[in-house]
Design a protein around this ligand. Structure first.
Ligand code: NAD
Ligand code: DAU
Length: 349
């Protein structure tokens, strides 16, 4: 039986990846390693937590000896590495937390994998999950391809760029078998309400201001999280060793247009008069170093591995909004405690 370590599996994207692997591959033993930071939540996995091929391990990837011992004990055949500090605004407040988890944590995992697989790398694979933000910012035209130069602008993207470089360096220097993907903005169920879409859904439900940064004319490419998990499954199994694949939704939206759309969907769902939720839109001080536009050319994964998104944005938003409206306990649980302190500091100062 193959032993696969998924890091950050209690987070937003990680929980969807864990669910897909646990339910699809009964021949794998799936180990979910997560430190359960503010963003990690075992409630995301209640439906699969008792499956025989699933094991949760609480632990911190920045702890070098813990990681080294873990690899020795379990003898993993593959690693899918998602654990990270993931929010740009938090990286502006505390860059070092991002260096620790995203850079040092990744290097700890690379060292442990390199040591374990030193004499037998056959069939082994280290899969590093990264972001399109490493490529920097686009103007009105153009798309990021796999050969676009790195040009990160936020502490978050600088830390992810650094971890990408370490993964490739371990491939070149030590022959570590790896694959790497850079994906655009995900959305969907279980998304922590610090990010644009779940934050605004929660604020519309609770009648709070919708804080649009700057003029709202920033552009992102949005992908439904389950489609990202499907792409991860494909690249883990069929991606070529030492290759990078960009993943995107072919779905660019200006923030303000997306917010208007979300407001109209929510008016409908909540039985409000058309235009009611949009009254909550408030333009606020811009994010420092705000990247203007991200847009992905996902042609390589599409042509070489046959991947494409399975749901439209309309379908994905419908599923997402319904999920938040049907999971108010989840939302209430994650918006108390640390979240309230973060929210106050970020939006009410
Ligand atoms: P998230 O913040 O929702 O989850 C991160 C998870 O990592 C949490 O469960 C957290 O507890 C865990 N974690 C954090 N620090 C840890 C540590 N030191 N040790 C062990 N576990 C730790 O993040 P996400 O949005 O699900 O992103 C997952 C990955 O995908 C990240 O690497 C991120 O850079 C990448 N990514 C995210 C997006 C997106 O739109 N969310 C897009 C592209 C790439
Ligand atoms: O592109 C992939 C990246 O997408 C991932 O690597 C990151 O982990 C993920 O957080 C996301 O980064 P963004 O910064 O693009 O996502 P966020 O949801 O924070 O913001 C989306 C856009 O909305 C961005 O232009 C900033 C804007 N925004 C965000 C928040 C939280 C607002 O206008 N107001 C807000 O309150």
């Amino acid at each position: 039986m193959k032993k696969i370590l998924i890091t950050g599996g209690a987070g937003f994207i990680g929980s969807h990846v864990v669910r897909l692997f646990v339910t699809k591959y009964s021949e794998y033993q799936i180990y979910n390693l997560d430190a359960l930071t503010y963003a990690g939540n075992l409630e995301n996995l209640v439906d699969i937590e008792n499956e025989p091929n699933y094991t949760f391990l609480k632990g911190d990837i920045t702890d070098e000896s813990f990681i080294s011992n873990l690899f020795e004990k379990y003898q993993f055949d593959g690693v899918i590495h998602l654990a990270a500090e993931s929010h740009v605004d938090r990286s502006i407040e505390d860059p070092m937390a991002f260096v620790k988890t995203n850079v040092i944590g990744t290097v700890n995992l690379l060292n442990a994998a390199r040591k374990l697989w030193a004499n037998n790398a056959e069939g082994k694979r280290f899969y590093h999950i990264s972001t399109d933000e490493v490529y920097g910012s686009l103007g009105a035209e153009g798309l990021f391809t796999e050969t676009t130069s790195y040009d990160p602008n936020s502490p978050y993207s600088a830390s992810k760029a650094s971890s990408d470089h370490f993964v490739r360096a371990y491939g070149e220097t030590y022959g570590l078998p790896y694959v790497l993907t850079n994906c655009s903005n995900n959305y969907g169920p279980n998304h922590f309400p610090e990010k644009l879409i779940p934050l605004f859904i929660n604020n519309i439900i609770t009648n709070k201001a919708l804080p649009v940064y700057g003029d709202g004319n920033y552009t992102r490419d949005w992908l439904f999280v389950v489609d990202h998990a499907r792409a991860i499954d494909l690249v883990f199994h069929e991606g070529i060793n030492h290759e990078t694949y960009n993943i995107g939704g072919f779905n660019e939206w200006k923030n303000i247009d997306l917010v208007q759309l979300l407001c109209s969907i929510m008016d409908d769902k909540l039985g409000r008069v058309a235009g009611e939720s949009a009254k909550l839109i408030t333009y606020v001080k811009d994010r420092p170093g705000h990247d203007l536009r991200y847009a992905i050319d996902a042609g390589k994964i599409n042509k070489q591995l046959g991947w494409e998104p399975s749901v439209t944005f309309e379908q994905g938003l419908e599923i997402t909004v319904n999920w938040y409206l049907n999971n108010t306990d989840w939302l209430n649980n994650v918006t108390t405690g640390e979240y309230a302190t973060y929210y106050k500091k970020q939006y009410l100062k």
